[in-house]
Ligand binder design. Structure first.
Ligand SMILES: Cc1ncc(C[n+]2csc(CCOP(=O)(O)OP(=O)(O)O)c2C)c(N)n1
Ligand SMILES: [Mg+2]
Length: 326
């Protein structure tokens, strides 16, 4: 684990709270999903929590984030309203997209989360557009876009990187490389699997990040965000971590045999939450008492969010097309 010295205790604890919160929300969704009351596909980000937490902790509330189908961690880390997120999963009128979007279309403009897209790669050009708007308005905001290794195969990424580099736009491209696009391993899809190398064709700074290590994520994103905020143009981060569950829905899909078991075993030795917890305890930043307190507070928040969602009304049948763009 990367050394955390020099990072204020308040930030270190905030990172811990966010990783724990994402973990516990995802586990709760997973445990209730079989009830079939959440009428939405879900793409859990278990195993990838440190990326959302480390990236978003470098941003200000009014900085922009664009997310993808695996959106829960991004939403929570950017400070999105939890009851509204859970209500969206239950497709309720009180959801953050009024129950019309479900898990893949989370949005909370009050904290700069301008949208999530189920179109693989769909958020990338939107993020570049938002960054261009920030330059034209002179608002000093930074935009971050999260996308997967599968999205890195879409042509739109290369058009977008070129334009962002040309115009020195304040955008940070964050590729979450979990090695799979649905059930296809990266090596079965990409001629060169070093994604971090590709932005260099546009003379864009790019780093490989250990996406299990929240401090590595935090430090490298901080460099990229500071650089872009000072007008020096975009950066690219390839954050490597492992998707613990199947592509969509609850549970793992080891039985479908598209993963190699030794690969799985190796990644299961690396838990972003446990590794960080161990480092904080060793650094006397986290005590058992504090840990218990954090966990209890999060669980209470989750209980309330689910109760709110379950008790909320569904959209009125006559209004299902309201708020939809056509
Ligand atoms: C343009 C487009 N192509 C294909 C799909 C179907 N699809 C949904 S998710 C997904 C995998 C994306 O993989 P990756 O970008 O690595 O994200 P991950 O699911 O691993 O987080 C695919 C192919 C889609 N939604 N949009
Ligand atoms: Mg992937």
């Amino acid at each position: 684990m990367t050394d955390h010295s020099g990072i204020p205790t308040e930030i270190l604890l905030k990172l811990y709270v966010i990783i724990s919160k994402i973990r516990r929300v995802e586990l709760r969704i997973e445990s209730l999903y079989h009830e079939d009351e959440m009428k939405t596909p879900v793409h859990l980000c278990l195993g990838q929590e440190a990326i959302s937490a480390g990236v978003c902790a470098t941003l200000q509330t009014d900085d922009y984030v664009f997310s993808n189908h695996r959106s829960h961690g991004h939403y929570i880390a950017k400070g999105g309203d939890l009851p509204a997120m859970i209500a969206e999963l239950y497709c309720k009128e009180t959801g953050c997209s009024r129950g019309r979007g479900g898990s893949m279309h989370l949005v909370d403009t009050s904290v700069g989360l301008l949208g999530s897209s189920s179109i693989v790669g769909g958020g990338i050009p939107l993020a570049v557009g938002a960054a261009l708007a920030s330059v034209l308005r002179g608002d000093g905001r930074v935009t971050v876009v999260f996308f997967g290794d599968g999205a890195s195969e879409e042509g739109v990424l290369y058009e977008s990187m070129n334009f962002a580099a040309l115009k020195k736009l304040p955008v940070v491209f964050v590729c979450e490389n979990n090695f799979y696009s649905v059930c296809s391993h990266q090596t079965a899809r990409q001629a060169n699997n070093d994604i971090s190398m590709r932005p260099r064709a546009f003379e864009m700074p790019s780093s490989r990040v250990d996406g299990v290590d929240v401090i590595d994520v935090f430090r490298k994103t901080m460099d990229a965000v500071n650089r872009t905020r000072s007008g020096k143009g975009p950066s690219f981060l390839e954050c490597r971590a492992y998707r613990w569950r199947g592509h969509a829905g609850a549970g793992d899909n080891l039985k479908s045999q598209y993963r190699k078991l030794d690969e799985w075993d190796q990644w299961m030795t690396r838990d972003p939450l446990q590794e960080y917890e161990k480092a904080l305890v060793a650094g006397n930043i986290l005590t058992e008492k504090k840990k218990k307190q954090i966990t209890e507070t999060i669980d209470k928040e989750i209980d309330e969010a689910f109760s709110f969602a379950q008790a909320s009304p569904l959209p009125n049948e006559k209004e299902v097309t309201k708020y939809l763009y056509s």
